[in-house]
Design a protein around this ligand. Structure first.
Ligand SMILES: [Zn+2]
Length: 345
């Protein structure tokens, strides 16, 4: 859908009062939002598609404060478990991956509105500069490539990926990341190296991308945790998708991340979010290991709202992506977008 059509489509839904009606109908369900980055500036380039602008983030937080009840994520979990009374229109804000811009740009806005949030950090990346999650390495290779086509043999088939236009770059990046998601870490690494070899060398655009890709430092994490507003959860050590790992590797990812966070912050770490987080990315086995290693709840990236009694190791979230369209945000948080998507599928 074009930007203009999208804006008319969601804008007219807002005028009819549909979002307000849905917010009321869903008031006894718990909403959890996923953010990745919040950027002070940030172009509309596709590498920024998971990062909202500061201006839009502020507008969204203002709305949550006015229409919802923002709570700490651990409180929301207690409500789902039935240990605490469920508040109406309860919402919790979360961030995945642990980017520096969460501290620099989002944290002051959260403080301004007094909105608690949870940041799920990938512990191997804390304090690193210029390191990237594998998905983002693929994005930046494709973004900086000036050739028209990339070749990548996957499962014995020679794949060709058109990267001749910005639109095709997005499509090819999505396709390649989808194909590599199920591979082991070493296999994935081998494929990414093959991609890197085909372009003139990844253009060094770290300065330009620093706001987007830099990870949190330990002192920033401590400062946020110390404020009482921010909870720190685990998002594994290396951002590997659990379903691609052996039992022992899952255990190591979950336990080592927890130990690192608890040692640095001197408080229990009981909340977890699954890397990637779709139905295929975790199983009963992983939920059991989470429980054995002392986690109390885990969050997926399956779209939807949560009810009292739901499985606390597969809680749903609504992913907030970059969009200049505020009614689109309303369609997501009220569950309207999810319904449209399910109907279309
Ligand atoms: Zn992630």
């Amino acid at each position: 859908m074009s930007k203009l059509l999208k804006s008319i489509f969601y804008g007219s839904m807002q005028i009819t009062g549909l979002f307000e009606l849905m917010r009321r109908l869903n008031s006894k369900k718990a909403l959890v939002l996923t953010y990745h980055g919040v950027l002070e500036t940030g172009s509309e380039n596709y590498v920024n598609r998971n990062c909202v602008s500061k201006e839009m983030f502020e507008k969204q937080m203002h709305w949550l404060k006015k229409k919802y009840r923002p709570v700490h994520l651990c409180e929301l979990v207690q409500m789902i478990k039935g240990e605490k009374m469920l508040l109406e229109n309860v919402v919790a804000v979360t961030f995945d991956d642990g980017f520096h811009n969460n501290f620099k740009v989002a944290f002051p806005v959260l403080q301004k509105y007094g909105i608690p949030a949870t940041i799920f950090v990938t512990t191997d990346f804390i304090g690193t500069k210029g390191a990237k999650l594998w998905t983002e390495r693929i994005d930046s290779i494709i973004y900086s490539a000036t050739i028209r086509r990339l070749r990548l043999p996957i499962d014995d088939a020679e794949g060709t990926f058109d990267i001749s236009t910005p639109e095709n770059k997005i499509k090819s990046s999505d396709r390649i990341r989808k194909l590599l998601k199920s591979k082991s870490r070493s296999e994935r690494e081998r494929h990414i190296m093959m991609l890197e070899k085909q372009i003139d060398g990844v253009r060094n655009f770290l300065d330009e991308m620093d706001e987007r890709y830099a990870f949190l430092q330990w002192d920033e994490i401590s400062q946020m945790a110390g404020s009482g507003l921010i909870e720190i959860g685990s998002h594994t050590c290396s951002h590997s998708i659990l379903s691609t790992l052996s039992h022992d590797d899952v255990k190591a990812e979950l336990l080592n991340a927890k130990i690192a966070l608890e040692a640095q912050l001197n408080r229990p770490c009981t909340l977890f979010s699954y890397p990637n987080g779709t139905e295929k990315d975790f199983s009963r086995r992983d939920k059991n290991i989470l429980q054995e290693t002392g986690y109390a709840a885990a969050f997926s990236q399956i779209d939807g709202l949560n009810r009292v009694g739901d499985d606390v190791f597969a809680l749903k979230r609504v992913n907030i992506v970059r969009s200049p369209n505020f009614p689109f945000f309303l369609s997501k948080i009220t569950g309207v977008w999810g319904k449209i998507k399910r109907i279309l599928n």
